[in-house]
Design a protein around this ligand. Structure first.
Ligand code: DGP
Length: 112
C-alpha cells in the first residue's frame, strides 16, 4: 500500500530531509510534537511493525542506527525517545512503517 511517505521518497512532495542512505530516509515531521521530531523510515514499503519479516532485519537495524546518528547530530545528548506506532490501537496513521525520533524536551511516561 503506497502512502504519502512513498511520495516523499520519490521526491514527488517536499520534505525537510535530514538523512538518507540506500535503505532509509529521515525527514522532519510536518506536525512536530517536540523541538526535534524526525521520522526515520525504510525506503522499502513496509506497512507496519506487524508486517516485518526476517528479510527486513538489516533495513530495520540500519534505520535504528540512523536514528541514533541523527539524534547525535541534532544535539540530543541529554536523551530522546524513539517510538513506533503500530496499527489502529497503536495510533498509527500513515501506513508506512516509521520511527518517531523525539527530543529537545523532557518526555513524560507513560505515553497516552
Ligand atoms: P503516525 O501517527 O505514527 O502514523 O505518525 C505519522 C506522522 O507523519 C505524524 O506525526 C505526521 C507525519 N506526517 C504526515 N504526513 C506528513 C507529510 O506529508 N510530511 C511530513 N513531513 N510528515 C507528515
Amino acid at each position: 500500500m503506497s502512502s504519502i511517505f512513498s511520495k516523499i521518497i520519490a521526491r514527488e512532495i517536499p520534505a525537510d530531509i535530514v538523512y538518507e542512505d540506500d535503505d532509509c530516509l529521515a525527514f522532519r515531521d510536518i506536525s512536530p510534537k517536540a523541538p526535534v521530531h524526525v521520522l526515520v523510515i525504510p525506503k522499502r514499503e513496509i506497512v507496519s511493525l506487524a508486517d516485518l519479516t526476517v528479510e527486513d532485519e538489516a533495513v530495520m537495524g540500519r534505520c535504528v542506527v540512523a536514528a541514533s546518528q541523527i539524534a547525535a547530530a541534532e544535539g540530543l545528548g541529554g536523551g530522546y525517545r524513539l517510538i513506533v506506532n503500530c496499527g489502529e490501537d497503536g495510533g498509527q496513521e500513515v501506513p508506512h512503517l516509521h520511527f518517531h525520533l523525539l527530543g529537545g524536551r523532557k518526555m513524560s511516561w507513560p505515553p497516552g
